[in-house]
Ligand binder design. Structure first.
Ligand code: SPQ
Length: 429
């Protein structure tokens, strides 16, 4: 277990950086490359642990994937090119790998078994296994398909008309992958607008779908073709640097080439409302995903209320937003965010428990957090509990803590941001 001792109070954040490639898009680039016909080349692929799990799973499914230095090469042969794996598919810590893979394997006429780490074993899977059963898949797992290990015997699929009961891009994406292999037209209605990377990639790889408000219609005759793509920087990783520059005095940081897909930019909307000094510079170059630069300066923040439709657009940024709220004037209330309980950790409890150890005033609620600012942070021993986003948030807390912050279990950060500490210290003056 790695512990980092950090004492960064009064340091300034300055310069120009790029953050690693987007995790959600990197996972999907391998998946689409694998189920498309022909070569897919991916630049700026995120070599974080989660995406490496996806890479390994698809290699076990018989897909040639090679690191060509500048880019990743995936040689797909369509859905039919996937082969029955001779050993268990290990998704590691990755919810995205497990859920999306189930949707792909649902239509394949062979048997596979998915396992993951201790955290994955606690994350709900029936949100995917239940609708897949409705499509005709033989899928089971611990506690009637709720938890890993999951076993799938895929085969012929029927289309469904389904209202997704949780606002989850992973459930939507798993069902889209299954729907592309089903007979007839599948109609999916989301509970709220979630990240739309899968829909964009279906279209980018030559497939068709119709979107009308929260409803997506897709038929099972998709013929996808390999493509070249550049993965934009991950806004969820940029979030920690945005926070660092806001909190540290006399700071000015330019974060280049960050994904600006509006289903992911809820944090920017909220921070602008809180008074943050941000400039968004979109790039006009045509791409399958919008991206641009973000200029951040030190800012004084006001408390706010965050809930409703905004939640899916910033769900992974809530830990770092909570830290920012401890440094904002007044109260911040985060509600409608019960999904946080089923992430890598229960992020409602972990955020409150760990930040309160440093002197914050955070009350966990049934569906979010109530945060009173401005808190003066002291040093202390805190733990990521194996959750990458909690680990990075606690590291950023050291910019405002009076004494050293000892962050335990920092190895978890490799899931989405290898070399995070090197990148952070490179911006410090
Ligand atoms: O992949 P995993 O472990 O679920 O990762 C997380 C994260 O913090 O990196 C969530 F814990 O991101 C999810 C995100 O919360 C990635 C994701 C995607 O790529 O489709 C969608 C969101 O999850 P969900 O369950 O709301 O669909």
């Amino acid at each position: 277990m790695a512990t980092q001792t950090l004492h960064f109070k009064n340091r300034t954040i300055k310069g120009v950086i790029e953050v690693p490639g987007d995790k959600s898009i990197s996972h999907r680039s391998i998946m689409f490359g694998a189920i498309a016909d022909g070569k897919t080349r991916v630049w700026n692929f995120l070599k974080g642990q989660d995406c490496l799990s996806t890479w390994e799973c698809f290699q076990k499914l018989g897909v040639p994937i090679s690191d060509q230095g500048q880019y990743l090469l995936i040689e797909g042969k369509g859905f039919e090119g996937l082969r029955e794996p001779s050993s268990i598919l290990d998704v590691g810590n990755s919810g995205t790998t497990s859920r999306l893979l189930m949707g792909i394997l649902a239509g394949r006429p062979f048997h596979s078994v998915l396992i993951g780490d201790e955290s994955i074993a606690k994350r709900p899977m029936s949100r995917v296994t239940a609708p897949l059963r409705l499509m005709g898949v033989k899928i089971d797992g611990r506690m009637n398909g709720e938890y890993t290990p999951i076993s799938i015997r895929g085969g012929e699929l029927s289309s469904i008309d389904y209202q997704i009961p949780v606002a989850s891009a992973q459930v939507k994406s798993a069902l889209l992958f299954a729907a592309m292999q089903a007979s007839g037209i599948t109609e999916l209605t989301e509970k709220g607008n979630t990240r739309d990377h899968t829909e964009r990639m279906i279209q980018y790889f030559g497939g068709k779908l119709e979107k009308n408000g929260l409803t997506i219609r897709i038929d099972g005759s998709a013929q996808l073709e390999g493509r070249d793509l550049v993965v934009p920087g991950d806004i969820s990783s940029a979030a920690f640097f945005i926070a660092a520059a806001i909190l540290a005095p006399n700071s000015e940081l330019l974060i280049k080439n960050v994904g600006l897909n509006e289903t992911r930019t809820g944090m920017i909307t909220v921070l602008e409302r809180m008074g943050a000094n941000l400039e968004i510079i979109p790039h006009s170059i045509d791409s399958f995903e919008p991206y641009g630069d973000i200029l951040v300066r030190s800012s004084k923040l006001q408390g706010t209320e965050i809930g409703g439709d905004l939640i899916p657009k910033l769900i992974d940024e809530i830990p770092i937003l909570a830290l920012l709220a401890t440094q904002a004037e007044g109260r911040t209330v985060i509600k409608n965010a019960e999904e946080l309980k089923v992430k890598e950790t229960n992020r409602i409890d972990t955020v409150a428990n760990e930040l309160n150890k440093l002197g914050c005033q955070i009350t966990p609620t049934a569906d979010g957090l109530m945060i009173d600012g401005v808190s003066r942070l002291k040093g202390g021993i805190v733990d990521s509990h194996g959750d990458h986003r909690i680990g990075m948030m606690l590291a950023i807390a050291s910019l405002v803590a009076e004494d050293s912050v000892h962050v335990q279990s920092t190895e978890a950060i490799d899931v989405s941001f290898p070399n995070f500490f090197k990148a952070l210290t490179s911006t410090m003056k």
